[in-house]
Write a protein that binds this ligand. Structure first.
Ligand code: ATP
Ligand code: MG
Length: 432
């Protein structure tokens, strides 16, 4: 149990402290802390997270002697609050009064909305603001805490991303290579997604990975997840990126075609951007397509660091079910292989199941190689005509041609994506 009923105690003697967490529009929860003075800001946020699991709390407040609310969002501010509180405790002790608990008021951001497949907002047209830098939609309510993207970029450019400044919060998911956490970056006051991967590799390889990741600072597209920095601590690498509050597309199951078409336009734009930088994605699949409540769709987890990809592959065995047939057969990998993965991903999202019924993807996308042999041997699956529009079926069929060269080239994909955007714009105009 984290909290106990409140009773009289001598805070200064046994270092105990009772924090009363006020729950908005309802009562309060008392939390007994045994080593009050050592308490860190993050510990308090963690407990608030358990008390108010629906809300994203990034700060809390307490009241001073005049009843004014003071915000706490760092260890320094915690210290100030505790020393103020202990001084009031001393006073209460001297006057023989009952010691009051430390009352705090969690300051929550908007609670995340219910995941609603059909309410999914998709905005594939980049407005000017989308180009202005990494967008973190989950910023704090307080103006004093809001840092501009430019400021965040400056912090990051100075290489200030490090473990000490990060407060890990919820777990967003586990993948084949690591775990992704929602985290709070104290200096910028921003919420990030941090992917932590255990890698037992030499210092030399660690350095190589860090330098290979450098190119991510240059990636600047509304269709690519913002990269904030990476660091090694002992044998784990933490990769900090933009947090996407809608999560990845794999959880949305069957997505209606009209929504999917718009998502596909964003994914194609993201891929062509990467290819223009000579980066192959290498891991296109629904769990690497992220969405946010601003309607943006962004790609993540692309193989920018060969060394990182190799090191993960050595540790985690299996073959990715979204891989193109030529890749499963161990042949050369190119842009066309990314195009296959794009096609099979969208076929899965349209059908609401993996397109090869004989392949059961239970957990994750890594499978024993033999099970994927049917992708190499059999004809590609085709979307049922009648259930989906002809252009959509054609698009997927083209992407999933067994012969890599027969799949659409980047220019063709872009032409298709622009048509999609134009059709969308026309549709919008017509509906106005
Ligand atoms: P793999 O390890 O092969 O990439 P994966 O994509 O399923 O598999 P992770 O990349 O570790 O696994 O991601 C785990 C989950 O974390 C994802 O499914 C997604 O829901 C969530 N996630 C990842 N990155 C972010 C992000 N930037 N914002 C929000 N959620 C994220
Ligand atoms: Mg991933």
């Amino acid at each position: 149990m984290l909290w106990l009923p409140l009773g009289p105690f001598h805070a200064m003697e046994n270092q105990m402290l009772v924090i009363r967490i006020k729950i908005p529009n309802s009562g309060a929860v008392d939390w007994t802390v045994h080593s009050g003075p050592q308490l860190l800001f993050r510990d308090v946020l963690d407990v608030i997270g358990q008390v108010l699991p629906e809300a994203t709390t990034t700060a809390f407040e307490y009241e001073d002697e005049d009843g004014d609310r003071i915000t706490v969002r760092s260890d320094e501010e915690m210290k100030a609050m505790l020393s103020y509180y202990y001084s009031t405790v001393m006073e209460q002790q001297v006057n023989g009064q009952l010691i009051e608990p430390l009352l705090i008021f969690p300051r929550a951001c908007k609670p995340p909305g219910e995941r609603n497949i059909h309410g999914l907002k998709v905005n594939t047209r980049a407005g000017p603001s989308q180009h202005s830098g990494p967008a973190v939609s989950d910023s704090l309510p307080s103006n004093s805490l809001k840092k501009s993207s430019a400021e965040l970029k400056k912090i990051l450019a100075n290489g200030q991303m490090n473990e000490q400044d990060i407060r890990y919060r919820d777990t967003l998911g586990h993948g084949n290579g690591g775990t992704v956490y929602k985290a709070y970056h104290v200096p910028s006051g921003k919420i990030l997604a941090v992917k932590v991967i255990l890698l037992d590799i030499t210092l030399e390889l660690q350095k190589q990975i860090m330098s290979e990741l450098e190119i991510l600072y240059k990636c600047d597209s509304s269709y690519i997840i913002g990269f904030y920095g990476a660091f090694f601590v002992e044998n784990r690498i933490s990769i900090c990126t933009e947090f996407m509050d809608g999560g990845s597309l794999d959880v949305y199951r069957k997505i209606p075609e009209h929504v999917l078409g718009r998502i596909a336009v964003a994914v194609v734009k993201g891929l062509t951007y990467l290819w223009s930088l000579k980066i192959l994605h290498r891991d296109v699949k629904p769990s690497n397509m992220l969405v946010n409540t601003r309607g943006q769709v962004k790609l993540c987890d692309f193989g920018v660091s060969t060394q990182l990809v190799n090191s993960i592959a050595k540790t985690y065995v299996g073959t990715n079910a979204y891989m193109a047939p030529e890749r499963i057969s161990g042949e050369q990998y190119g842009i066309h292989s990314d195009v296959w993965s794009l096609g099979i991903s969208f076929m899965e999202l349209a059908l609401g199941r993996f397109p090869y019924p004989q392949i059961q993807k239970n957990q994750g996308s890594l499978m024993p190689l033999q099970l994927l042999q049917c992708i190499v041997d059999e004809d590609s699956p085709v979307l049922p005509v009648g259930e989906f529009s002809e252009p959509f079926v054609h698009f997927i069929t083209q992407c999933m041609r067994k012969q890599p060269k027969e799949r659409p080239a980047p220019e063709e994909l872009m032409a298709w994506a622009s048509q999609g955007s134009a059709a969308e714009a026309a549709g919008l105009r017509a509906s106005r």
